[in-house]
Design a protein around this ligand. Structure first.
Ligand code: XIL
Length: 300
């Protein structure tokens, strides 16, 4: 195969990228997007601050532009993200009453997931709920602090009803190293959900790596999560300085685990990246394929 998407499809996987609605008018950008990738994640446009800036007032202009582009180009669409403590409007953060916050959270999930019902292959239902460091516990957020730790279960149950066809994912960063307490926290959450029948279908490993690439235990993490009976997806891959070996090792870890179903890089060109100064992506600022691109293509 000669493109990332077609190469990934040879093993039944997708190869996606984060897309910014504001760049869809850039023909160099859309040429690469349309040619190389077969899945799209909205980089910011489906987040809470973009979709529900004030209570029960929903704005889908930018999100719809991305969804329409995906449909028009026959690309799969990942949903990102329904419940997250960041890019969350102040009006949500200010809620102190549990019944109010529960109905606000469930309404948000119902309206956003409901709008794209049937169009999203996987939703990041809850993003980044675990704390960094050695606790293995949830981080403080308005959701945990007001609703308690059960907010994650509630969000997944609501999402299942809102879009029964979408795979429902828990997504986080720094859960790629099997020996990290945060990884163990997520593993235990998924195991508990599976044992109690809480609807969860996938775990997203963001995979924002430093120049050393993935930790040596990365494939172990992918395999152990998959063994719980969920798919695993690499959802936001970028690697400082884009070393070919780091990209190849990341891709290989996924290919070696049957239930690792797809890989998404967090942007197209280095100039599109949220970590732009680290040049972490597969295409340079002129849209040329970098060495890491060739390494990924050859590994897929
Ligand atoms: C980032 C976007 O790339 C930036 O444009 C935005 O300013 C901040 O968010 N984890 C996530 C993504 O789940 O949503 C974040 O995206 C990167 C870290």
């Amino acid at each position: 195969a000669t493109t990332l998407g077609a190469a990934a499809a040879q093993s039944g996987r997708y190869f996606g990228t984060a897309v910014a609605a504001g760049r869809l008018g850039d023909s160099q950008y859309t040429t690469i997007l349309n040619r190389e990738f077969n899945s799209i994640t909205a980089e910011n446009e489906m987040k809470w601050d973009a979709t529900e800036p004030s209570r029960n007032t929903f704005t889908f202009g930018s999100a719809d532009r991305i969804a329409n582009h995906a449909r028009g180009q026959n690309k799969q669409l990942r949903g990102h993200t329904l419940v997250w403590h960041q890019q969350l409007p102040d009006w949500v953060k200010a809620i102190r009453d549990a019944n109010t916050l529960r109905s606000v959270m469930n309404n948000h999930i119902n309206v956003v997931a409901g709008r794209y019902r049937g169009q999203i292959h996987s939703w990041d239902v809850v993003n980044e709920a675990f704390a960094d460091g050695n606790s293995g516990q949830l981080r403080s957020s308005v959701f945990r602090d007001v609703l308690g730790t059960g907010f994650i279960e509630e969000a997944f149950r609501t999402a299942r009803t809102a879009d029964p066809a979408a795979k429902l994912c828990y997504n986080d960063y720094n859960i790629e190293d099997w020996n990290a307490a945060k990884t163990q926290g997520v593993y235990n959450l998924v195991r508990d959900f599976k044992s109690r029948g809480v609807p969860i279908d996938c775990v997203g490993l963001q995979a924002h790596f430093g120049s050393g690439g993935p930790p040596s235990t990365f494939q172990t993490t992918v395999a152990n999560l998959a063994a719980l009976g969920v798919d695993v997806q690499i959802t936001e891959l970028d690697i400082a300085q884009a070393p070919s070996s780091g990209y190849a090792n990341s891709v290989r870890a996924c290919l070696n685990v049957p239930r690792c179903t797809g890989i998404t890089t967090w942007g197209i060109r280095d100039s599109d990246s949220w970590r732009s100064s680290e040049n972490p992506l597969l295409f340079d600022r002129s849209g040329n394929k970098k060495a890491a691109y060739e390494s990924v293509l050859a590994t897929l």
